[in-house]
Design a protein around this ligand. Structure first.
Ligand code: NAD
Length: 480
């Protein structure tokens, strides 16, 4: 079986132990044994990043452009192969996985350009003879902690800006899906990143993640994952004076108004709720539907859902791959049971047998729900959407905002009045009109409000707010 080592200070090094990466479409398909770092090894990676920072932070924008541009080209050239690996380890369908890899490649291309565009400002001082210069500098060593649902795109959208702005990196991918990040780090190493600029330490959150968060040698932590882990990490970072950024869960509303184009609304809801097995922080998990279109909408959703093929992520024609692992499958089933107990009516949501041992679940639509039910308050993170019937737009908006989360929100309507009002008044970081709540561009800011996010936005040129620190210099020519 293939063995995959950690990458520390420009060397591939065995871990303290190893863990198996298993294909959720076929539990008999083992992707490989991946090294598990311990706290000492993590500290060695941090020290290597600290040493490398001295030079990398002084590298030219051209050097950083060249590295990132090369990484982007290599990812794009290997899109099909890396997509296959990603689909095997995470379970999203092959087209979705290839799309994610393509996005990772584009992110590196974008941030290659950002390395050149960093800029600064010169401002006349209010004092005679003085000039003020505002510039940005890298932060230092950045610890990156990523979740399992986007095994290459999320590492890419953290590593690329970190390196573009002159920081060095220690990344800990999710324990469940280390293979895509491992390949990404190999690509960065082979593209010529100096030793210590990028370090990979695989392993458990409580060991490797904890070592990153608690090390005084890490200057900042960028985390994506669940609310509970994120808040605990944030508290530790705050206590030790680290800069931190948290991207967490969602309970994203999709409003469907009476005047919506039914086909557009159903397509947006099927995509947003069930594609990528519903395992997206931006998934449309609450469908809020006005009463005039409600019956037609539910009927049309059921017809579309019956036509969705759940199966092996690599099979042509599969619309929905497996749930990522047994623990997540149990969580999905538990929420379906809770919804039933609280009075919901469930369509779908059953385990499915396929030719291989895998975690297959049919998509579930829960009707007859109220905003107070747990299915409408807590993140399920599976192919499970609930429906709330409302009287009109005003009630829809109020239900949409009745959540502790605020990542993405959508509305399906042909009314300019309602779409404009919704864009302004929904409490979310991202708003979609007549489009799924999931599926975003790579060159614009990504992030949420309320309990979903903390700190500056990721992606696009806004990423510099997190990955740089501003310096204000006052310059006087002195006596002439
Ligand atoms: P998780 O919180 O369980 O784990 C995320 C990462 O944190 C993993 O690498 C894990 O090993 C690590 N970790 C766990 N305990 C830790 C600790 N004590 N110290 C340091 N690190 C620790 O999340 P998950 O199950 O991997 O991912 C699913 C969650 O991610 C969902 O809530 C989803 O909404 C969220 N998510 C958010 C976004 C976003 O951008 N907002 C994107 C994707 C996923």
């Amino acid at each position: 079986m293939s063995q995959f080592a950690n990458y520390i200070d420009g060397q591939w090094v065995e871990g303290a132990s190893a863990s198996r990466n298993v294909n959720p479409s076929n539990l008999d398909d083992i992707i490989g044994e991946f090294a598990q770092a311990d706290a000492d090894q993590t500290q060695r990676a941090i020290s290597a990043a600290r040493r490398a920072f001295a030079q990398w932070s002084m590298s030219t924008p051209q050097q950083r452009f060249d590295l990132l541009d090369q990484v982007g080209s290599s990812i794009l050239a290997r899109k099909a192969e890396l997509g296959r690996l990603l689909a095997r380890e995470e379970g999203k369908t092959l087209p979705e996985a290839i799309g994610e890899v393509g996005r990772a490649g584009q992110i590196f291309k974008f941030f290659a350009g950002e390395a050149l565009r960093i800029g600064g400002e010169t401002v006349p001082s209010v004092r005679p003879g003085m000039t003020v210069e505002v510039t940005r500098e890298p932060l230092g060593v950045i610890g990156l902690i990523t979740p399992w649902n986007f095994p290459i795109a999320i590492p890419a959208w953290k590593i690329a800006p970190a390196l573009a702005y002159g920081n060095t990196v220690v990344i800990k991918p999710a324990d469940l899906v280390p293979a895509s990040t491992w390949e990404l780090v190999r690509i960065i190493a082979e593209a010529g990143a100096p030793a210590g600029v990028i370090n990979l330490v695989m392993g458990r959150g409580a060991v490797v993640g904890e070592a990153l968060v608690s090390s005084p040698d890490v200057d900042a932590v960028s985390f994506t994952g669940s609310v509970s882990t994120g808040r605990a990490i944030g508290a530790k970072c705050f206590a030790s004076g680290k800069k931190f950024q948290l991207e967490m869960g969602g309970k994203n509303p999709m409003v469907v108004l009476d005047d919506a184009d039914l086909d557009v609304a159903v397509e947006a809801c099927i995509n947003g709720a069930f594609y990528s097995t519903g395992q997206r922080c931006t998934a449309s998990s609450r469908l809020i539907v006005t009463e005039g279109i409600y019956d037609r909408f539910i009927d049309a959703m059921k017809v579309r859902m019956r036509a969705l093929k759940v199966g092996d992520a690599l099979d042509a024609g599969t619309h929905i791959g497996p749930v990522v692992d047994d623990k997540q499958l149990q969580q999905d089933e538990r929420y379906i049971a809770i919804a039933r107990e609280e009075g919901g009516t469930v369509f779908g949501g059953e385990r499915i047998e396929r030719g291989t041992r895998g975690y297959f679940l049919s998509p579930a639509l829960v009707t007859d729900t109220t905003p107070a039910m747990r299915i409408n308050r807590e993140e399920v993170f599976g192919p499970v959407a609930s429906v709330i019937k409302v009287k009109d737009y005003n009630e829809a908006l109020s239900v949409a905002n009745d959540t502790e989360f605020g990542l993405s929100a959508g509305i399906c309507t042909t009314s300019l009045k309602y779409s404009s009002h919704f864009r302004r008044h929904v409490q979310a970081g991202m708003v979609m009109v007549n489009a799924a709540t999931a599926g975003v561009d790579y060159h614009v800011p990504f992030g949420g409000r309320k309990g979903s996010s903390y700190g500056p936005r990721e992606q696009g040129s806004y990423a510099r707010e997190f990955y740089t620190v501003v310096k204000t210099a006052y310059v006087s020519p002195g006596a002439v």
